[in-house]
Design a protein around this ligand. Structure first.
Ligand SMILES: Nc1ncnc2c1ncn2[C@@H]1O[C@H](COP(=O)(O)OP(=O)(O)OP(=O)(O)O)[C@@H](O)[C@H]1O
Length: 361
């Protein structure tokens, strides 16, 4: 018997690892655009899942943004049925009318559709085809916009969205390997025109920046960028845990502090001041989110203004947060108020409407 070509074997190993811990009594779904990455992922899943006793379905999302997208999604679903996926669906989504740029709107619509399908079929997990190269691009983009260690951590191997695990088995597999695997399996991937459209920063990084880095620094640079993401992810997880503990310690509850959306405590300045900056800024971020500031709108600038109330106090006015929230220092405490009243008021002050909690995605 001929040996399995290395790219096919590497992708199967990665998928096997990802499926080892999924519940055996619920299906998984592969999110497949028809591109090389998710096609290679789907082919490997079709092989591995039945051998592990895991039912596997596939969803291809039609964003309706390009001519022929519905046909492509239907073809992917048809191929999936032929190789044994059940269910195998093409799902059309409405991208127009969503907030944010076109890329963000398409992503939001796609994740909604994928999670919706997972709920419909009681799937525990959705498998995504992001590769090491996607991770390297994500790290570079984060570095370029000054995103800090959370951004450098790139895409997580796993995260949960609305009760569904989003899993990325191919983060250690190169794009070259997914292309080769498709070719070796006789699969013809769809080429997404967005991937080469230089209006998108990611496409420019892919086409121009990464090749220069590889040429000047050597081929190991992509692995190194992906390793940076893993290291930063571990650091971030540790700091987040310290921040959760620190947040609990800094909260002030005497007499209870109230808001319309529940109790939101103030914070003790002395406890905050004793924390390392990396922990303190995370605590302030957590607090701002609990006050109702949307995570998407909450920026480094907002957190820096909150931090200045602790570390550069000179009697300045409030720090303004998204959602009309103002955080003020009163003596040894940070308290917050919102247009129309106090959000965190000790000893029962006026009660304000709270903004909506964090968006799902
Ligand atoms: N239209 C779609 N339908 C289903 N899943 C999708 C779709 N578009 C993207 N995905 C999922 O998200 C992953 C990342 O997609 P993205 O377009 O950002 O990267 P990519 O490297 O071009 O992936 P691919 O080669 O699989 O298209 C895909 O691998 C796939 O799992």
């Amino acid at each position: 018997m001929a040996a399995l070509p290395p790219p096919v074997a590497a992708i199967r190993v990665a998928v096997r690892r990802a499926l080892t811990d999924v519940p055996r009594d619920r299906p998984v779904l592969v999110a497949c655009s028809g591109g090389a990455d998710s096609l290679a992922l789907a082919a490997a899943t079709a092989f591995v899942a039945p051998r592990l006793g895991v039912a596997a379905g596939l969803v291809s999302v039609d964003h309706g943004l390009q001519a022929g997208s519905a046909v492509r999604a239907a073809e992917v679903a048809q191929w999936a049925r032929e190789v044994g996926f059940a269910p195998a669906e093409a799902v059309a989504v409405q991208v127009a009318g969503r907030p944010g740029g076109p890329e963000a709107a398409a992503r939001e619509a796609r994740y909604q559709a994928l999670v919706g399908a997972a709920h419909r079929y009681d799937a525990s997990t959705v498998l995504l085809g992001h590769t090491r190269d996607d991770q390297a691009e994500t790290v570079l983009l984060a570095l370029a916009r000054g995103a800090g260690s959370r951004g450098l951590a790139g895409m997580p191997v796993q995260r949960e969205l609305a009760g569904v695990v989003l899993s990325r088995p191919l983060l250690d597999v190169s794009r070259e390997q997914t292309r080769k695997a498709c070719a070796m399996l006789g699969l013809t991937p769809w080429e997404d025109p967005h991937n080469t459209d230089d209006r998108y920063a990611r496409a420019r990084v892919r086409a121009e920046v990464l090749p220069v880095l590889v040429r000047t620094l050597g081929p190991g640079v992509l692995d190194n960028l992906a390793r940076t993401a893993r290291l930063a992810a571990a650091d971030t997880a540790a700091l987040d845990e310290l921040a959760r503990v620190g947040y609990a310690e800094a909260r002030i509850t005497p007499g209870g502090t109230r808001s319309a959306g529940g109790t939101v405590d103030g914070l003790a300045v002395s406890v905050l001041a004793a924390m390392p900056a990396a922990v303190r800024t995370r605590v302030l971020h957590l607090w701002a989110r609990e006050l109702g500031a949307s995570p998407a709108a909450l920026s480094h600038r907002h957190v820096a203004a909150l931090d200045a109330l602790v570390t550069a106090w000179r009697g300045q006015g409030p720090a303004h947060l998204p959602g009309g929230i103002r955080a003020t220092r009163r003596g040894a405490e940070l308290l917050a108020e919102q247009d129309g009243g106090l959000v965190a008021e000790r000893d029962g002050g006026p009660v304000a409407e709270r903004g909506q909690g964090p968006a799902v995605e």
